[in-house]
Write a protein that binds this ligand. Structure first.
Ligand code: T1G
Ligand code: NAD
Length: 704
């Protein structure tokens, strides 16, 4: 890397007796190779120069947001970050770090290698490597326990959370909290005070860890707790091992142990999955329409319908500062709607996470109404009424009548044809799908469904809304179920086939949980309510391919009124309103009866075989969704399932998982299963094409 490149991302300048080292590597001063080389050169320059101190600052919004995540998986380029941190710590001049924004991962490790740290009010300090399947690999696991204590340091690394300036001060991570936003000014003032006080060079490596016996006992307990809490994850346990090394070993041996464990994490497939998830979530908002048009201005929102979704959407909007007018059919319904909203805030107050005053201030931005005329001036409307095309068309006709020109009209439908809904108005260019997930105030995913005649600025407005609501947006085309529910229907069908062929619903759920999901498909059906799926199956019955295999077990269960948790039984039994269900022998009897009716001889399925079929179905439909353009890229399918369907994050999403397994293997599985059912298991042409060309799904992410 040339001197100019180093100089371009790391600048040095003398200010009196202080060498100010500024990292300027937008957007977040990631510690790419040029920054590492620049930092090393700057410290060596300081040691050689007639300066008394060094001040390290970041330019722009961040101090340093960590190692350059894009470099992971690439060949390592010297110097390594541990070398840079050790060199900073070894500097003969006082080194001060002034933190005015994110100091995360390697960024905090650089700061902890400095001799003194000052934080400004907007500082955010953390070691979030665990979120990437990694651990702090530049001395963080050895220096943090020396500064914060063993328990607090382990907690910071295992949670991946960020600490604010004052919390970091209280934790011993920084020595001072200064006011203002200018790190150079605050840093210089602190450095001069330290020099005036003849403060010594203070190397973190030399700090002692108090009461080692107690610390080791704590780590024993933490190791057990971590294994239980982070079931199936690789790096959390390695973090605890590193902290144990910090207690048991001399500093440099601890560093060597950290490096060895870091490399193990780097080689773990979980690192690939988690880093893919990190970047994929930041790519979904990069859509053609956002390049083509700017969002329309919006501040006042209306929500039509105050049921499960209407209330959750209202809370999401109120939580980020919008005014919301909720419109319901009649007085009883609007009273229920308002109660559904207030219930959320009362729950937070009961948990001490909100004050009554804050609730009052929030509800002051909420207006209940039973008249559509109340929303003639709003900028954006989100409809969440019954999932019935005629009801929705009638509502959109009413919106067309009352809403001002330029208002964005959105529907929260789960399955219905948004082009048909738009056609019910004289302004289809203003109609878009905003598919929230239940509970809407919690779930991060927002499927933004783009109908044929919508204008680009309306799509851009929807993505801007997602950003302001802190949702993860995914652009989807119009089809039955869009991206998520369409693919869900297919792998749920595969689960039904596996059940009818011999595995119990409980074995299938267990296999899916073993894969890393919080719940299996039959538990999810019971949670969401079996009646919703039943209504969808009935709606589709008329158009279902008569040649397609159809499993009637769920229908038999629904015919008995067993809709799941809300009726106390479904696939599972929920005694006394329990949230965790027990296997139900009567359900197994229903399954056996359906097998007998179909002449199916049940056979054993291993968890691996269950997951091979479950994932093959999911990936195959995912490939169809991409090739039809319903999803822009495979990563959009991944983000949909990571943020809306509980897909295990460390596997990166269904399409990333398929890439890691290898598309030839997935295709071979499909072709094997197609021998039993060529219609259902017919491989997607895109999958066959990619395999034939020796390419993978990620090649399409890059191409987009
Ligand atoms: N490396 C590379 N690119 C990064 C990056 C990083 N560390 N952090 C952010 N970006 C990119 C991001 O992809 C996006 O790009 C742009 O910056 C803005 O990010 C050895 C092993 C800092 C709180 O885990 O948490 O150090 O999409 O949209 O919402 O121990 O980014 O514009 O092209 O997220 O304001 C540990 C990760 C690394 C922090 C800012 N560090 N970053 O949030 O903006 S591992 C992290 C964040 C490590 C060492 C180890 C956030 C942020 P683009 P953004 P934001
Ligand atoms: P819900 O039955 O809980 O609420 C619907 C509300 O709409 C009722 O309160 C009803 O009074 C009101 N309503 C009906 N007609 C109206 C009209 N003409 N004007 C004003 N209000 C009217 O239903 P929900 O579960 O909230 O679903 C609403 C929509 O969201 C549906 O399209 C559904 O498919 C979709 N959705 C539901 C979920 C979910 O998990 N429940 C998830 C995503 C999307």
């Amino acid at each position: 890397m040339s001197i100019e490149a180093e100089a371009s991302v790391v600048r040095t300048a003398r200010q009196g007796g202080v060498l100010v080292v500024t990292i300027a590597n937008p957007p977040v001063n990631a510690l790419g190779v040029a920054v590492r080389q620049g930092l090393l050169a700057a410290v060596e320059q300081a040691d050689a120069a007639a300066v008394q101190a060094v001040l390290i600052v970041g330019e722009g919004k961040a101090f340093i947001a960590g190692a350059d995540i894009r470099e992971f998986g690439q060949p390592a380029q010297p110097p390594s970050l541990p070398e840079v941190c050790n060199r900073i710590e070894a500097c003969g001049k006082l080194v001060v770090a002034a933190i005015h924004g994110p100091a995360l991962g390697g960024g905090l490790e650089v700061a902890m290698a400095a001799h003194y740290r000052v934080a400004l009010p907007a500082a955010k300090l953390g070691l979030p490597e665990v979120n990437l399947g990694l651990l702090p690999g530049a001395g963080g696991t050895q220096r943090a326990p020396r500064l914060m204590g063993v328990r607090a340091a382990a907690g910071l690394m295992l949670s991946g959370q960020h600490l604010g300036a004052h919390a970091a001060f209280d934790a011993g991570l920084v020595d001072r909290v200064a006011q203002g936003a200018d790190p150079v000014a605050a840093g210089l003032q602190y450095a001069e005070e330290l020099l005036a006080a003849n403060a010594p060079v203070r190397r973190t490596r030399d700090l002692a860890i108090a009461d080692k016996a107690a610390a080791l006992a704590e780590l024993d307990a933490l190791a057990l707790e971590t294994a239980k809490k982070t079931r199936g994850l690789f790096s959390p346990g390695k973090i605890v091992e590193c902290v144990r090394a910090a207690v048991e070993l001399p500093f440099d041996e601890g560093l060597a142990r950290e490096r060895a464990l870091f490399v193990q994490c780097l080689e773990s497939p979980q690192r690939q999955g988690l880093i893919h998830a990190f970047f994929a979530e930041r790519e979904t908002a990069k859509i053609p329409e956002a390049k083509a048009a700017a969002p329309r201005p919006f501040a006042a929102i209306a929500v039509i319908g105050g049921g499960t979704m209407g209330a959750g959407i209202t809370v999401s909007a109120l939580d980020v500062g919008f005014t919301v007018t909720m419109v319901e059919r009649d007085a009883d319904s609007i009273a229920r709607g308002q109660a559904n909203v207030e219930k959320v805030y009362d729950g937070l107050i009961a948990k001490g996470r909100m004050t009554p005053e804050a609730k009052a201030a929030t509800m002051a931005r909420y207006t209940p109404s039973t008249s559509y005329d109340a929303i003639q001036d709003v900028d954006l409307v989100i409809e969440a009424v019954f999932e019935d095309i005629e009801v929705k068309k009638a509502v959109f006709k009413e919106l067309d009548r009352v809403c001002k020109s330029g208002a964005v009209l959105a529907t929260n439908t789960s399955y219905l044809d948004i082009d048909a809904i738009a056609a019910a108005t004289a302004r289809p260019q203003d109609v878009i799908g905003l598919h929230f997930f239940s509970p809407a105030n919690i779930m991060k995913l927002l499927e933004i469904v783009v109908p044929a005649r919508v204008s680009s600025d309306v799509v851009a407005t929807a993505f801007e809304l997602a950003k302001r609501m802190k949702k993860i947006p995914v652009r989807a085309g119009v089809c039955d179920g869009f991206i998520g529910n369409r693919i869900l229907a297919v792998y749920k069908q595969a689960a039904d086939y596996i059940m009818e062929d011999g595995a119990s619903p409980y074995e299938i759920d267990e296999a899916v949980r073993g894969f890393g999901y919080p719940m299996g498909p039959f538990q999810v059906t019971d949670l969401a309510g079996g009646d919703i799926g039943w209504a969808t199956r009935k709606r589709r019955a008329a158009t279902r391919d008569p040649k397609a295999r159809y499993v009637e077990v769920a229908d038999r269960i629904c015919e008995r009124g067993w809709f799941g948790q809300k009726t106390g039984r479904g696939f599972y039994l929920y005694a006394n309103g329990a949230r965790t269900g027990m296997p139900d022998p009567e359900v197994l009897a229903i399954v056996d009866a359906e097998r007998a009716k179909k002449g199916v001889t049940p056979r054993k399925f291993t968890p691996e075989e269950i997951m091979r079929r479950y994932m093959a179905a999911m990936v195959n439909e995912g490939a169809k969704v991409v090739e039809e353009g319903i999803a822009l890229r495979p990563l959009d399918v991944d983000v949909t399932f990571l943020s809306g369907y509980g897909f295990p994050r460390h596997r990166g999403g269904p399409m990333k998982y398929a890439d890691m397994v290898g598309l030839p293997q997935v295709l071979a599985d499909l072709r094997e299963f197609a021998k039993e059912d060529p219609l259902f298991w017919k491989p997607a042409p895109l999958l066959e094409k990619l395999v034939a060309e020796g390419r993978n799904f990620d090649s399409l992410n890059k191409a987009a």
